[in-house]
Ligand binder design. Structure first.
Ligand code: FAD
Length: 405
């Protein structure tokens, strides 16, 4: 089977790229090892443990691609405020969408919901979709890439995009170098029911072992649900995972200073080792890496997939402009335009997250004092906070058309 463009990975980021190129006239094939089926949404079903805080920029991209409707009609929780505080001091900071005249800071959405809304759109499009297609081998064949799937099928295309996630097979098989290191943190994720309402606020407490986030979910009337991301050192994560539900809820309430009252119930827990990874290059002739295949960052600011959506939107824009000018899309000079626009932005975000994480894990007293005073100081600076809010909305920097107002 041959196509102009093959996208490996129909996750949130790969699907977004395919839809952004829907009207490009390119013959596109998107392949994924999973069945790519869309289950009917059941509002009574428990929350999925994996959620994302989608920025305004991501919302705009998904709206323009016709996928936001599918999210809004399933389940999404808007939040207008964010409260961050230092668990070992008195420093705190509060951000509000209203400070930049925005309605929300973003939406907390289950990854499954985003994925299904995108897949629904893909199934309705003319884009070639190949489910159950797991990439096993990759090599150059003339001007094409030749892909061999685990069942022996072969696919070829002059342009290949890796959107196959953090452990990208494309990246490995193409020999793309990465810089990576362990955060020495695991993240425990689950959904919890709290005694008190979440107030449409994303809460984050920095504990001595790492950040603990409570993200608001749209639960049934009268119930107060949050998704939690509890990042901590591996040995502590193992201990917390081994606790029974009741003991886990007690420990969680304590670690969160019972800001939302008692944690009354916790769903199934997942424990995810956190690793920072960044490809040294996002492109080579005929190949581009996007989303987690190009970079994974600490979830403390909830930016991973937001960066991925911007990658997809910028790559689509670069390819569409190049096609208009009659350029060869697999030319490295064309693909480098995507890398030049996205790499500095992604690196800056990763560096900021790294700095935050180190500052809040620092033990020496002067650093603790500094960060507490710093938090309070910034909290009093309306302009500095407005800048941060614009970053959180994803509206800072070089935005692709799809993310602009
Ligand atoms: C604890 C935690 C919390 C997070 N919270 C947030 C948040 O609040 N906000 C945010 O923006 N981000 C968050 N992230 C990051 C976010 O989850 C990721 O950035 C996002 O899921 C990456 O999407 P992707 O499409 O690039 O990759 P993936 O979602 O990993 O998709 C990859 C796809 O490729 C397919 N695939 C893989 N290998 C092959 C192969 N060999 N052949 C064919 N197909 C293949 C898979 O089946 C899958 O469909 C969080 C991450 C973690 C760990």
């Amino acid at each position: 089977m041959r196509a102009d463009l093959i996208i490996v990975g129909a996750g949130m980021v790969g699907s977004t790229l395919a839809l952004a190129l829907e009207h490009s006239g390119l013959d596109i094939l998107i392949v994924d090892g999973s069945p790519l089926s869309v289950a009917p949404f059941d509002v009574q079903a428990p929350f999925e443990p994996r959620v994302s805080a989608l920025s305004m920029a991501s919302q705009r991209i998904l709206e323009r691609l016709g996928a936001w409707q599918g999210i809004a009609t399933r389940r999404a929780c808007p939040y207008g405020e964010m409260r961050v505080w230092d668990g070992s001091g008195t420093g705190s900071i509060h951000f509000a969408a209203a400070s930049v005249h925005a309605e929300t800071l973003g939406h907390i959405v289950e990854n499954r919901v985003v994925q299904d809304a995108l897949l629904e759109r893909l199934h309705d499009s003319q884009i070639g979709l190949l489910p159950g297609a797991r990439l096993e081998q990759l090599r150059r064949s003339g001007d094409d890439w030749l892909l061999t799937l685990t069942d022996g099928r072969q696919l070829r295309a002059p342009l290949l995009v890796a959107a196959d996630g953090a452990n990208s097979a494309v990246r490995r098989l193409a020999g793309c170098a990465t810089r990576e290191w362990d955060y020495l943190h695991h993240a425990i994720v689950t959904s919890v029911r709290c005694e008190r309402a979440h107030q449409a606020t994303a809460w984050q407490r920095f504990t001595d072992d790492g950040p603990l986030a409570f993200l608001p979910l749209a639960g049934p009337a009268g119930e107060h649900w949050c998704s939690i991301v509890w990042s901590t050192v591996p040995v502590e994560a193992e201990r917390l995972m081994a606790l029974d539900d009741e003991a886990f809820c007690i420990e969680l309430s304590k670690a969160f200073e019972s800001r939302l009252g008692k944690v009354l119930h916790a769903d199934r827990r997942l424990c995810i080792p956190l690793r920072q990874r960044h490809a040294k290059r996002y492109v080579e002739p005929g190949l581009a890496l996007i989303g987690d295949a190009a970079h994974t960052i600490h979830p403390l600011a909830g930016q991973g997939v937001n960066l991925g959506f911007l990658d997809a939107a910028v790559l689509a824009e670069v390819l569409l402009h190049a096609a208009e000018r009659g350029e060869c899309l697999s030319d490295e000079r064309v693909l480098s335009r995507f890398e030049r626009r996205r790499m500095p932005h992604n690196l800056a975000m990763m560096a900021a997250m790294e700095g935050f994480q180190r500052l809040f894990q620092a033990d020496p007293l002067p650093l603790r004092l500094l960060r507490n005073v710093g938090l309070d100081l910034v909290d009093g600076q309306a302009e500095a906070k407005a800048l941060f809010v614009r970053q959180a909305l994803g509206l800072a920097g070089d935005l692709p058309e799809l993310a602009r107002a």
